[in-house]
Write a protein that binds this ligand. Structure first.
Ligand SMILES: Cc1cc2nc3c(=O)[nH]c(=O)nc-3n(C[C@H](O)[C@H](O)[C@H](O)COP(=O)(O)O)c2cc1C
Length: 172
C-alpha cells in the first residue's frame, strides 16, 4: 500500500475509548491522526460567517495530503458524535464556496470506525457515511464497530480489527 491515509477522530475526549482504537489502527497502518477536538470548527452557517475558523484550512490539508480518509467516531445517542456531524455538515462549504476542495474529494476512499458501549451497533448507523461517500463521489471501503472492555481492546476485537486493517485498508 502506498496510499496516504488519515484517521479523523471525532470524540468529545482526545484520549478516550475512540482514541484507543484510533491509536491501534495508526500503529498498524502508519496513518496520521487528526483530532477534531483540537480544532475550532463551528456548526454549519448558511451565511458562512464562520468561514474563517479551522475547517477550510483543515480540509485543504486533508484533500491535498491524503487518499484514504477514515472517520473514527464514538456512538453518542445511536449516532455519530456531534463533532463528527458538524464536520460532515461543514463539507457543505466545500460544495458551495470552496468548490475546488469538494472536487478533490472525488475518487478518494472513505472508511468508518465506530466505538460504542458494547458489541451492538444499531441498524442505520453506517448509512450517513455510505451515502455521503456516494454523494461526494468517494469510494467506501467499509466500516468496523468497536468497543473497549476494561480500558483495553479484547482479543477477539483485536482479531477483527487486524482483519479489517489487512483486508480492507492495506489492500488498497
Ligand atoms: C453522550 C453519550 C452518548 C452515548 N450514547 C451511546 C449509545 O447510544 N450507544 C452506545 O453503545 N454507547 C453510547 N455511549 C457510550 C460510548 O459510545 C462509549 O463509551 C464510547 O466507547 C465512548 O468513546 P469516547 O471515550 O471516545 O467518547 C454514549 C456515551 C456518551 C458520552
Amino acid at each position: 500500500m502506498n496510499k496516504k491515509g488519515v484517521l479523523i477522530q471525532g470524540s468529545s475526549r482526545s484520549k478516550g475509548n475512540t482514541n484507543i482504537i484510533v491509536s491501534y489502527i495508526k500503529e498498524r497502518t502508519g496513518f496520521d491522526v487528526i483530532d477534531l477536538k483540537s480544532k475550532r470548527i463551528s456548526a454549519y452557517d448558511y451565511e458562512s460567517e464562520n468561514i474563517d475558523d479551522d475547517f477550510i484550512p483543515l480540509m485543504k490539508e486533508i484533500v491535498d495530503t491524503y487518499d484514504i480518509i477514515i472517520f473514527a467516531t464514538p456512538v453518542y445517542w445511536y449516532a455519530m458524535s456531534g463533532d463528527m456531524k458538524i464536520f460532515f455538515d461543514r463539507i457543505t462549504d466545500c460544495l458551495k464556496i470552496e468548490k475546488e476542495i469538494g472536487r478533490k474529494l472525488r475518487g478518494k476512499i472513505m472508511g468508518m470506525v465506530s466505538c460504542g458501549f458494547d458489541a451492538e451497533l444499531k441498524n442505520g448507523f453506517t448509512m450517513p457515511f455510505i451515502e455521503s461517500a456516494n454523494y461526494l463521489g468517494m469510494h467506501y471501503l467499509g466500516d468496523i464497530h468497536t468497543w473497549i472492555e476494561g480500558g483495553a481492546i479484547s482479543e477477539s476485537l483485536q482479531k477483527k480489527l487486524n482483519s479489517f486493517i489487512e483486508e480492507k485498508i492495506k489492500i488498497i
